[in-house]
Write a protein that binds this ligand. Structure first.
Ligand SMILES: [Zn+2]
Length: 298
């Protein structure tokens, strides 16, 4: 005979809680769900959604979104969602298939980068997806998120407006802070080498020189030619440091630092948040990235 999984008394308590309508318990909540791809976007959406809407990100923090293969639970999340917030520009290559598998006729997809200036179209036809590393683009994302949430859940429009007004102020402060920090680095030192092509928007906004990255989105490994070009650039431009990125293998950049004798700095955050209190928010990761650059380049 099987032993019951839970003693009967516990089941009775749980049952009585359910029928007494204990709506505050998260396990029993019927909060609407919206979904996005990566953890930095999920945090940005949560700042507007507050406690009215549950925000789910498909790609787990700490992994590379460009190689992401959706799991069965992702189909379920999309089937339950009212909105999907896509970054666009090839950040969610799996999306079309996933949406069709989810079969959710109520789902609206919002592409956050629509209407904004896309960099990198000269390297590949899709362009560079990492717009959120320029805080000014994130400000545009927040405005779009606020109007999409308000359209989907009109009863909470005022709440979303308040949250977004507050967050937009924080983002403006962040943008100014990054500017002042980066401009404290002597201009001739403001050169960075990174592993993958995430940093074009950041470099443009905050006046850094960015060498061609080792890896472009959609390619698996840098070619020998890419590596040779990088070595030449590092020497000619007297680059002071190379940076690895969270979610990506640091070995190649580490090797590059070793071969050229320049500084190696670990873990910039671009496609993923970190897992420390300092780095598990968008604002936190942007501050951490900036401080790290100042620390090794100044
Ligand atoms: Zn990326």
């Amino acid at each position: 005979m099987h032993k019951p999984l839970f003693p009967l008394s516990i089941l009775l308590i749980v049952f009585s809680l359910i029928i007494s309508g204990c709506g505050a318990s998260p396990a029993l909540s019927t909060q609407p769900v919206v979904t996005t791809s990566i953890s930095p976007l999920a945090d940005i959406i949560r700042q507007v959604a507050g406690d009215k809407v549950e925000v789910v990100n498909l790609v787990p923090a700490g992994s590379d979104p460009h190689e992401y293969e959706p799991r069965p639970e992702d189909v379920r999340h999309l089937a339950e969602s009212k909105l999907f917030f896509a970054n666009g520009v090839g950040e969610e290559l799996y999306l079309e298939k996933l949406i069709s598998n989810a079969g959710n006729k109520e789902l609206t997809t919002i592409v956050l980068s629509d209407g904004l200036t896309i960099l990198g179209r000269e390297q590949n036809s899709v362009g560079n997806p990492h717009l959120w590393l320029d805080v000014n683009n994130t400000i545009a994302y927040v405005e779009k998120i606020q109007s999409a949430l308000s359209a989907a859940f009109p009863a909470d429009t005022q709440y979303f407006e308040q949250n977004s007004a507050h967050y937009l102020q924080e983002l403006k402060d962040l943008d100014a802070w990054i500017n002042s920090q980066i401009s404290s680095i002597p201009p001739e030192h403001r050169k960075i080498v990174v592993f993958h092509d995430a940093w074009a928007y950041f470099a443009k906004r905050y006046d850094l020189t960015l060498v061609e990255p080792l890896l472009h989105s959609g390619t698996a490994e840098p070619s020998a030619q890419d590596l040779a070009k990088m070595l030449t650039f590092i020497k000619e431009q007297q680059v002071r440091a190379v940076f690895s990125e969270a979610g990506f293998n640091p070995k190649l950049v580490q090797q590059l630092a070793h071969d050229t004798g320049i500084k190696f700095a670990q873990d910039l955050y671009d496609d993923t948040l970190g897992n420390t209190p300092e780095t598990n928010s968008y604002i936190g990761m942007m501050k951490k990235n900036t401080s790290k650059m100042v620390e090794v380049l100044r």
